[in-house]
Ligand binder design. Structure first.
Ligand code: HEC
Length: 186
């Protein structure tokens, strides 16, 4: 019996494919390819198949993208105040945007769309726990406090003002962290 010989047996190949599938979990979400035409040519982009993304999932993704946008606004302010990015004149617009986003958070949780078991996302407590409203309200107040501080500044480049504004920014960050600690699974 020549059992040392390398085997390329069709059955082996099939078994290997099944094992690989079991190891990597279910096949990836169905995808479609969409062409993005324009003056620089046609670009093909692979996207999740819209027919396979239900309304709950789309709602949840919208909330996640909105949180990402909030993060970008927050981080932009942080670059100016903490790291001296030369865009101090943008502070009023950015602080207003952060406050507007904080105000909007209510709509992102309007529908009960928690993460599936064990997956990252919002915990069911965000809809079950009455205290969640207080987290949202306190966060909005912190964002408004920062906005008022920026609006009342005489000189946006002034070091003392920037120090006080940084404290107010830390105050906003506290609410991001506290809410995530209680209502988000990573
Ligand atoms: C009142 C609660 C609350 C506050 C305040 C809050 N978040 Fe969130 N955030 C959540 C929850 C819940 C999730 C998970 C949402 C989901 O995946 O459906 C989340 C998710 C995120 C995510 C991940 C989004 C993704 O792509 O999965 C980022 C980034 C984020 N938040 C940034 C921030 C920043 C920055 C702040 C403050 C400026 C903030 N959040 C304030 C509750 C909050």
């Amino acid at each position: 019996m020549n059992w040392m010989q390398p085997i390329h047996h069709p059955l082996r190949t099939t078994l290997f494919a099944i094992l690989l599938l079991a190891a990597t979990g279910s096949p990836a979400t169905a995808e479609v390819t969409v062409t993005m035409p324009g003056p620089w040519g046609d670009y093909d982009k692979t996207l999740d198949d819209p027919a396979k993304v239900d309304a709950t999932e789309a709602f949840q993704r919208f909330r996640q993208q909105s949180m990402q946008g909030t993060s970008a606004t927050y981080r932009s302010i942080e670059q100016i105040l903490r790291y001296d990015a030369p865009f101090a004149e943008r502070l009023p617009g950015l602080a207003e945007e952060l406050a507007r986003r904080a105000d909007d958070i209510e709509t992102w949780f309007a529908r009960e769309t928690p993460a599936r078991d064990g997956e990252p996302g919002a915990l069911p407590a965000a809809w079950e726990d009455p205290e969640f409203s207080e987290y949202k309200a306190a966060y909005r107040e912190a964002a408004e406090r920062l906005q008022r501080k920026v609006e009342s500044a005489d000189d946006l480049e002034n070091e003392d003002f920037q120090l006080r504004a940084t404290e107010a920014l830390n105050g906003v960050r506290h609410h991001c962290l506290a809410c995530h600690d209680n209502y988000r699974r990573r």
